[in-house]
Design a binder for this molecule. Structure first.
Ligand code: PLP
Length: 437
């Protein structure tokens, strides 16, 4: 459930008609709902209330500092994967002791910044990274806590580009190798390895992979404890489902019902790193129809958003429900499904303006007939939407807007053409043939 609903045929974000945002800010624009963000977050908080749990929202899903600040104020910690995300988190007022740092390629500078900040855990992806962290701690007189990332080798029903929990990936180590890592590095004196980290991937539709993963990891933890290692925390990563189609994924309460008893029995604290389950359906990408092109077999709806604004369909063949923001009441969609069964629909491809044939949002999609100037909402666009946006085709990054009740604010202004070339304003007048300053 989210706060993007039709009233008398017009789409609202909370109490704001989304077309009012288009009029004030232009399109394309991401529109976030504060109520939806906080609703998802507090549902997770409540679901896991019976277990000592730290929720670390995954910044890479959507990192606008105003959204991070809302979550920090609600008690969230953060999962970061770079120094830039550490900077974002700190700008948003995050508590560093609630930050966990994952990623296979942490640089020395990023590690030192995180040590200086005093983050909660480094999620360790390889022996070489652990050795480097130990060396840096010794050199700079620091101590740190590490969570070794272990792959439980769980097959996960997801797209091949976002599967990470199987044996052969660049992330983490397998269970046998984990034992060796503890034997070799577990007593180094500066990096306390007191947690295991698991991240299965993204986009799950059942709780089974998580329960299976915990059941595979618990014997490892028991063995490590018998060998004298004090493991008190399991970080279960992210990847909890989000409703790209209506009501297709388990609730936070359903995940918790499967997981909490297992962890309680094992005397483990829990860290969660949800990204898309909090932010995905907390936003729409609003775009305008530029042209309609009727070909031999196909009808193309050409919109003003492109793959540079939202790359998920092109990158993962991801499904996003799309619908006009104003429709006759009989065409208000009863649910967000792949094949809406309503009369009077038109089969179209929704494509962007970019010079790439992969620049599309939907293929062979049934939509109410639209015309030039109509607005379309691309739903469930909050996760890996704006964060993956780029300037390809010299397209300025679009604006982001946050709705709170009947009010809204631009939380990131649309880029200008000047923004596009600002980092290139460099004096080359010493180079023959270049203009003098
Ligand atoms: C991407 C990522 C997450 C968040 O994944 P979602 O699918 O957005 O929940 C959490 N933890 C790690 C380590 C990640 O790489």
């Amino acid at each position: 459930m989210d706060s993007f609903q039709y009233r008398k045929g017009r789409l609202f974000a909370e109490e704001v008609p989304v077309e009012a945002v288009a009029q004030a800010v232009g399109t394309p624009v991401y529109i976030y709902s504060k109520a939806t963000i906080l609703d998802h977050f507090t549902k997770i908080q409540k679901a896991y209330a019976g277990l000592e749990t730290l929720i670390c929202y995954s910044i890479k899903a959507c990192g606008n500092i105003h959204i991070l600040r809302l979550l920090a104020q609600a008690g969230s910690g953060f999962d970061i994967v770079s120094g830039g995300e550490l900077y974002r988190a700190r700008q948003a007022g995050a508590d560093p002791s609630k930050i966990v740092f994952a990623g296979v390629g942490k640089t020395d500078r990023e590690i030192l910044d995180a040590l200086e900040a005093g983050i909660a855990y480094f999620n360790i992806e390889s022996e070489a990274e652990l050795q480097n962290l130990i060396d840096l701690c010794k050199k700079h007189g620091k101590k740190a806590k590490g969570a070794l990332r272990v792959n439980p080798d769980i097959q996960y029903d997801s797209h091949k580009h976002i599967t990470t929990g199987v044996k052969e990936t660049k992330f983490g180590v397998d269970i046998e190798r984990a034992k060796k890592v503890f034997a070799e590095y577990g007593r180094n004196g500066v990096v306390e390895l007191s947690a295991i980290h698991v991240h299965l991937g993204s986009g799950g539709k059942t709780i089974d992979p998580y329960v299976n993963a915990v059941q595979k990891i618990l014997p490892l933890i028991e063995q490590l404890r018998r060998e004298g290692f004090r493991i008190d925390t399991l970080d279960l990563g992210g990847g909890y489902g989000a409703d790209y189609e209506s009501d297709t994924v388990p609730s936070a309460a359903a995940y918790a019902a499967g997981l909490v008893p297992l962890l309680k029995k094992a005397g483990l604290k829990l860290i969660l790193e949800p990204g898309k389950s909090i932010i995905a359906n907390a936003a729409i990408l609003l775009t305008k129809v530029l042209y309609k092109k009727v070909g031999g077999q196909k009808t193309f709806v050409i919109v003003d958003a492109g793959m540079n604004d939202l790359i998920r369909p092109c990158l993962y063949e991801a499904f996003h429900f799309i619908w006009p923001t104003s429709v006759p009441e009989r065409l208000v969609p009863p649910a967000r499904v792949k094949e809406p069964a309503m009369p009077g629909m038109e089969k179209v491809d929704v494509v962007g303006p970019i010079c790439e044939s992969t620049d599309y949002f939907a293929k062979e999609r049934l939509l109410p007939p639209v015309e030039r100037g109509d607005c379309l909402a691309i739903f469930t666009a909050g996760a890996y939407g704006f964060t993956m946006a780029g300037n390809y085709n010299a397209r300025p990054l679009c604006a982001e807007v946050l709705v709170d009740g009947s009010r809204f604010a631009v939380i990131r202004r649309r880029q200008t053409y000047e923004d596009l070339i600002a980092p290139e304003k460099i004096d080359l007048s010493w180079m023959p043939g270049q203009p003098s300053k």
